[in-house]
Design a protein around this ligand. Structure first.
Ligand SMILES: [Zn+2]
Length: 118
């Protein structure tokens, strides 16, 4: 009984940093770049999916050129960028971009990543 309980808590602890291989499904360490079992390269964890999108650059673009939707194009949200361009004469995009720029600059990289995927 006791042995069983300690075994369960051990697996719960060790599984915190474990993920499943995207190819063969075997449990591997979260930090593992390549699955030791099948040799398939794993995708980076969600917090590192920013790629070449720099949060500070996006925030500065929003503050300086946000009225033209430049930061939206930079963040890969072309549709929203075009909307900003279409309504630039109303100055509403400038106000939105100012708020967005401040939010982007003060938020964490993880939040910015979620914003990129929104
Ligand atoms: Zn594998």
């Amino acid at each position: 009984m006791n042995n069983n309980m300690s075994f369960e808590s051990q697996t719960a602890q060790s599984s915190v940093n474990m993920v499943f291989c995207r190819s063969c499904g075997s449990q591997i360490r979260q930090e593992a770049e390549i699955c030791p079992r099948c040799g398939v390269r794993q995708l980076p964890p969600p917090t590192e999916t920013l790629g070449d999108k720099n949060r500070i650059a996006a925030g500065v673009l929003a503050l300086l050129l946000g009225g033209l939707g430049v930061h939206k194009f930079y963040m890969g949200q072309v549709g929203k960028g075009i909307l900003y361009l279409l309504f630039v004469w109303t100055f509403i995009p400038s106000i939105l971009a100012l708020i967005e720029g401040i939010c982007i600059l003060v938020e964490t990289d993880a939040k910015f990543a979620r914003r990129l995927n929104a």
